[in-house]
Design a protein around this ligand. Structure first.
Ligand code: AMP
Length: 222
C-alpha cells in the first residue's frame, strides 16, 4: 500500500511524475487542480465560485476543496493507495487530511518534494499546452509535438492552454503562494520523517528512476 504526496511548484513535473508512479504502482494519480477543473465543467454556482479563485491564482477555500477531494479518496480505486498532487497546500490542509485518513486507520507513507529553480518553472509553465482529446501535456519550449499542431499520441489537432497558465502574473502569484506554504508543510512532514527531496532539473526518466528507488528502498520498507 502506497499513499504518497508529491509536492513542487506548478511546472516542476509533478503531473508527469505522478502519472508514471500511477502506472508503475497501479494507484490513481489525483490532482486537486484537475478535480477542481472537472468540477467547474458542471457549470453551477459552486463551479463559478471555484473558477473565480482559480483564475486569480488563489487557493479554493478548504471546505470546498476537502469535500471534493475526500469524495474522490473514498472511491474503490484508492484502496491500494494513491498519489496526491496539489494537496495539501498548507499545514491546515495537511492536518485535515491526516484526520480524514486516521478515521480509517490510514496514514501518508511518503512526501516527494520536487526541487527546481523558479525561472525554469516560469518558462515551463508559460509554455504548457494540452491535447484537448487525450490530455497529453506538451511544452512549446522543451517538449513540443513531433509534427507541429498534431498530437503525438492521438493525432488530434485541437489543443488548449490552461487559463491560469497564460497569465504570467497568475503564475507568479502561484509561485509566491507555493514558496510561503511549502516550507511550513515540509517542516510538518519532516517531523514525521516523511520527506524525500528530489532534484527536478534532471530528465523525466532520471527523476522517475530516483523516485522509484525511494519508493522501493525507503517508503515501501517502512
Ligand atoms: P494546480 O493544478 O495544482 O496548479 O492548481 C490550480 C489551482 O487550483 C490553484 O491555483 C488553486 O486555485 C486551486 N487548487 C488546487 N489544489 C488546491 C488545494 N489543495 N487547495 C486550494 N486550492 C487548490
Amino acid at each position: 500500500m502506497t499513499r504518497l504526496i508529491i509536492m513542487g511548484p506548478a511546472g516542476s513535473g509533478k503531473g508527469t511524475q505522478s502519472s508514471i508512479i500511477s502506472q508503475n504502482y497501479g494507484i490513481p494519480a489525483i490532482s486537486t487542480g484537475n478535480l477542481l477543473r472537472e468540477r467547474i465543467t458542471v457549470g453551477d454556482e459552486l463551479a463559478n465560485e471555484i473558477s473565480t479563485f482559480i483564475s486569480k491564482g488563489l487557493l479554493v477555500p478548504k471546505d470546498i476543496m476537502t469535500e471534493i477531494l475526500y469524495n474522490r479518496l473514498m472511491k474503490e480505486d484508492c484502496k491500494k493507495g494513491f498519489i496526491l498532487d496539489g494537496f495539501p497546500r498548507d499545514v491546515e490542509q495537511a492536518i485535515d487530511l491526516e484526520g480524514f485518513l486516521n478515521r480509517y486507520n490510514l496514514d501518508i507513507d511518503g512526501v516527494l518534494v520536487l526541487k527546481i529553480p523558479y525561472d525554469i518553472v516560469i518558462k515551463r509553465t508559460s509554455g504548457r499546452f494540452e491535447c484537448k482529446k487525450c490530455k497529453k501535456i506538451y511544452n512549446k519550449f522543451f517538449n513540443s509535438t513531433k509534427i507541429e499542431g498534431v498530437c503525438d499520441i492521438c493525432g488530434s489537432t485541437e489543443f488548449s492552454i490552461r487559463k491560469d497558465d497564460s497569465d504570467e502574473s497568475a503564475i507568479r502569484k502561484r509561485l509566491d503562494i507555493y514558496e510561503k506554504m511549502s516550507n511550513t508543510i515540509i517542516d510538518h512532514y519532516n517531523k514525521k520523517n516523511l520527506i524525500y527531496i528530489i532534484d527536478a532539473l534532471k530528465s523525466i526518466e532520471d527523476i522517475s528512476h530516483d523516485i522509484n528507488n525511494i519508493i522501493v528502498e525507503n517508503i515501501n520498507k517502512k
